[in-house]
Design a protein around this ligand. Structure first.
Ligand code: PSV
Ligand code: MN
Ligand code: MN
Length: 399
């Protein structure tokens, strides 16, 4: 099936995806970090890298921030926002850090210790304030909270502590802000995670207030779980706030989107297009965000690869013939219904996407444009020098 350029253009015109500040810096697994000379050292570098990705792709105008890593204590958040603006991007979701402090050993807002709960709530309220100062919409909550052994704490008490904290946080939101509540089945808690699945996030968000919604991180599910069904239910309940996109083979691997199962991401996007089609083309307000930080791939290349994959799968999913799909569904014609999806998935949209980029004054191939720009090489030289001056570890040389 040839790609209908109009449909692809329309889909891409409205598609934005947020890149994460932590995806530009040296991060790693719990086993170690492999340093890259071009990795961002500070927030200025992260903003510069995010702006570079946006310049090449035209669809990443915001950058997600992780508060403890990105906003040094005492730094005026609005200054950071102005720096972003000067680079033609904006500060996107604000992510509190509720897992690194020693006080959070037994949890943050779910901890049995009041001092830990108070500190966690105060930090969330700080994040809401930073969100207001930076003009960002989403405060995105991910909790490492849980227990490691049966009997360690009361599961119901922990639930109540969560409900109280999120209700209090919600009361501090401005009318423009939203609170995203992310779930994850396990890790770092290995017996019970307080917000382990979409149902737990859903109920907690509902109790917090109308501006709280569920965040679906594609890597935070058990293997073979039907994520698009979760998406369809959340859409139907007006409770889908956003995504953290990544791919995985085993668990929370944070691999490049679509590297393992692109059809799954396509099916998720299909649910969204289908939902909007039924509503006369009105799309829900969803924050599309990337949650990946590559330890081995060059960071900016991995980010561009991810963004392009997201655009491709979003465009393909827009090509589903909804009329034909509904007709087939009504007749119980399973093969034709399924083929409506398959046909769209198998359509080559690369030319249409390259043409769309042309209409926006963008290079047809953002990855090639990045490589030709020399940006990473320049950053590597400058940042390696700065790292040396600052006494920060640098890449091991195999030479
Ligand atoms: C930890 O699992 C995690 O990957 C969550 O997905 C968060 O969204 C992310 O870190 C940033 O805090
Ligand atoms: Mn996430
Ligand atoms: Mn994760």
């Amino acid at each position: 099936m040839p790609a209908s350029p109009e449909t692809v253009f329309r889909a891409l015109d409205s598609f934005r995806i947020e890149t994460p500040s932590w995806g530009y810096a040296d991060t790693g697994t719990r086993f170690g970090k492999f340093h890259q000379p071009a990795a961002a050292i500070d927030m200025d570098d992260k903003l510069a890298d995010a702006a570079h990705v946006h310049r090449l792709t035209g669809c990443c105008p915001t950058v997600a921030t992780h508060v403890l890593w990105d906003f040094a204590p005492g730094v005026d958040a609005s200054v950071v926002a102005s720096k972003a603006q000067a680079l033609d991007i904006r500060i996107g979701s604000i992510n509190p850090n509720l897992f690194q402090d020693q006080l959070y050993k037994l949890g943050s807002v779910g901890s049995p210790f009041e001092t830990a709960r108070d500190q966690a709530l105060a930090h969330i309220l700080d994040c809401i304030r930073i969100g207001k100062a930076t003009g960002s919409r989403a405060v995105s909550l991910w909790f490492a909270d849980g227990t490691n052994y049966p009997g360690q704490d009361s599961i119901r008490e922990r639930k109540h502590r969560f409900e109280a904290a999120l209700k209090e946080a919600h009361a501090h939101l401005s009318p423009e802000q939203i609170l995203l509540v992310e779930y994850k089945p396990f890790e770092p808690a290995f017996y019970q995670t307080d917000l382990a699945d979409w149902g737990m996030s859903f109920l907690t968000a509902k109790k917090a207030g109308p501006q709280a919604k569920v965040l679906v991180d594609t890597g935070h599910h058990y293997l073979s779980q039907n994520i698009e069904q979760i998406v369809a239910w959340l859409l139907d309940e007006d409770m889908l706030g956003g995504f953290h996109f990544n791919d995985r083979k085993y668990a929370d691997d944070d691999l490049t989107l679509g590297s393992i199962d692109p059809y799954q991401i396509f099916r998720i996007f299909h649910e969204i297009h289908f939902f909007a089609w039924e509503r006369g083309g009105k799309y829900p307000d969803i924050e599309y965000m990337i949650d990946q930080s590559h330890n081995l791939k060059p960071k900016i290349e991995a980010m561009i690869q991810t963004v392009c994959t997201a655009q491709e799968l979003y465009a393909k999913a827009a090509l589903v013939d909804h009329e034909a799909l509904v007709q087939a569904q009504r007749k119980g014609n399973i093969v034709d219904a399924e083929m409506s999806l398959k046909k769209a998935f198998n359509t080559d949209v690369s030319v249409a996407i390259a043409d769309w980029r042309g209409t926006k004054g963008l290079e047809a191939d953002p990855l090639a444009a990045h490589r030709a720009s020399g940006y990473a090489e320049k950053a590597a030289v400058e940042r390696a020098k700065r790292r040396q001056e600052l006494g920060i570890a640098t890449e091991h040389s195999y030479a």
